[in-house]
Design a protein around this ligand. Structure first.
Ligand SMILES: CC(C)(COP(=O)(O)OP(=O)(O)OC[C@H]1O[C@@H](n2cnc3c(N)ncnc32)[C@H](O)[C@@H]1OP(=O)(O)O)[C@@H](O)C(=O)NCCC(=O)NCCS
Length: 153
């Protein structure tokens, strides 16, 4: 069974989220693993931002996404909240895990009173377009050229 939990409900799983995202982006962004872990420990909230979500397949962690106040793009600082660090472990890709994580993060943002969510992506614009995200702008971040997108929720 695939379920999505908040990291705050399974805090012992923070190291796996830190490890996935450190390998995927953290190193490139110049963070240490320990900084990456602290960042996710700070996302262990339940009813306020920032919140990290974990997808569990029969209890085994298979993916993650975060809902954060901002995602380090200064010129878009007035927009909030942002979907960040969407990641599914390679073996479990192509089974709708990311779609379920995005739905849960969107529903949570709505329940917190937001009516739009934002993200930026250097490499997965086509993926988000398929799920109803709209291209808003483009800019440059430490990962290179990145597309800013939004979705009404
Ligand atoms: C992008 C990612 C989260 C998708 O996870 P997933 O659970 O496999 O996603 P879903 O099952 O919901 O959707 C899979 C579909 O998305 C497509 N897809 C995956 N990555 C894509 C990309 N970068 N661009 C366009 N489409 C992509 C797959 O080809 C698949 O298409 P299909 O349904 O037609 O076969 C996963 O590939 C991943 O973790 N990638 C590395 C990190 C990353 O790029 N994150 C997003 C950055 S903002």
């Amino acid at each position: 069974m695939l379920e999505v939990k908040k990291l705050g409900d399974v805090p012992h799983l923070a190291p796996i989220v830190a490890s996935w995202t450190f390998d995927e982006w953290g190193q490139t962004l110049g963070r240490t693993y320990s900084e990456q872990l602290s960042m996710f420990e700070e996302r262990s909230n339940i009813g306020k931002l920032p919140i990290c979500f974990l997808a569990l397949l029969d209890g085994c962690p298979v993916g993650t996404v975060s809902l954060v106040k901002d995602d380090n793009l200064e010129e878009f600082g007035v927009y909030t909240p942002w979907i960040s660090a969407l990641y599914v472990a390679p073996k479990y890709r192509g089974n709708g895990v990311a779609a379920k994580l995005l739905k849960e993060a969107g529903d949570t943002a709505k329940s917190l009173g937001f009516n739009k969510i934002y993200l930026h992506t250097p490499n997965a614009k086509e993926y988000y377009l398929k799920y109803g995200w709209v291209e808003k702008d483009c800019t440059t971040c430490k990962l290179g050229r990145t597309i800013v997108m939004y979705q009404k929720i």
